[in-house]
Design a protein around this ligand. Structure first.
Ligand code: 4GX
Length: 266
């Protein structure tokens, strides 16, 4: 996959891309990242990249010409690299909210992606109308620029590209993954050594079932914890799941009932 990012701060993007799974995806050449800086397309002496909003009011917008030219330059490069047209996505709080399904669909279908990471108060609506295919939001909060939102998209996509994750870190294990028995549920709690935390650090022990070696009991316990946590923290996800008959059965209903009974007696 080739991703092109339109940004006034390419160094911010470059600094973040050499680590972990994302760094590996780039090193393995399963993902390429290239930035296009509108400032490089500003033709005045000051390389101006902001402009005042019509109608007045506080704050600036991104100047139309340099932004337009940077996007078109990315489109031309994308076309040279892989012939099809790249999908152009503008990151903003007004967009469709990003979720795992959107990432999975994008990783599976989009070979080339142009992400517009805006600064200032926004971009001219006519650029959105003429050049932008989709508007995505990473959540209901306001960032000072689109770069971190773009990096959220890039990071989430990188681990979904074929061959990037090893078997032991497979994305098929993700709790948002279709088809898994924990599909649509929150993750269960995890434990590692020691079996008992030192008294001075709290003294807690690991749930006995995880030490039992009984894989069926462990699987059952984990599913029950996933169901219980989802019920407590994200009842909206549970409602969605119950509507999907393929993902809701008597076993889950029974385990959740057990969790609720234990929770209410504590
Ligand atoms: N999910 N931001 C975009 C520029 C902007 C300002 C006003 C439109 C109108 C964000 C988010 C986000 C901050 C990126 C504002 N665009 N992006 N930027 N939440 O907050 O994606």
């Amino acid at each position: 996959m080739n991703i092109y990012i339109i940004t006034l701060f390419p160094e911010l993007i470059q600094q973040a891309t050499s680590f972990g799974v994302l760094g590996r995806a780039i090193k393995q050449q399963r993902l390429s990242l290239r930035c296009f800086n509108p400032r490089d397309y500003a033709e005045d002496n000051h390389h101006t990249v902001d402009d005042r909003p019509y109608g007045g009011g506080p704050g600036m917008l991104m100047k139309v010409e340099p932004l337009y030219k940077a996007i078109v330059a990315a489109q031309i490069t994308a076309k040279q690299v892989s012939q099809d047209a790249a999908k152009v996505v503008y990151l903003s709080p007004q967009g469709q909210q990003l979720n795992q399904q959107l990432l999975v669909n994008t990783a599976a279908t989009a070979k080339d992606l142009i992400l517009i990471a805006g600064r200032y108060e926004g971009i001219d609506e006519r650029i959105i109308e003429s050049l932008v295919d989709e508007e995505w939001s990473i959540g209901d909060y306001v960032l000072s620029g689109g770069e971190f939102a773009a990096m959220v998209v890039v990071d989430g996509l990188s681990r979904l590209l074929p061959g990037v994750l090893g078997d032991d870190e497979s994305a098929l294990q993700d709790s948002f993954m279709q088809g898994s028995d924990i599909h649509g549920l929150l993750d269960y709690p995890h434990y590692t050594r020691p079996e008992k935390i030192a008294e001075i650090m709290g003294g807690q022990t690991v749930p006995q079932v995880l030490l039992s070696g009984d894989h069926q009991a462990i699987q059952r316990w984990r599913l029950k914890q996933s169901l219980g946590r989802t019920w407590l923290r994200r009842p909206d996800l549970l409602d969605v799941l119950k509507e999907e008959t393929s993902n809701w059965d008597d076993e889950k209903a029974g385990l959740l009932a057990e969790f609720k009974a234990e929770y209410n007696s504590k």
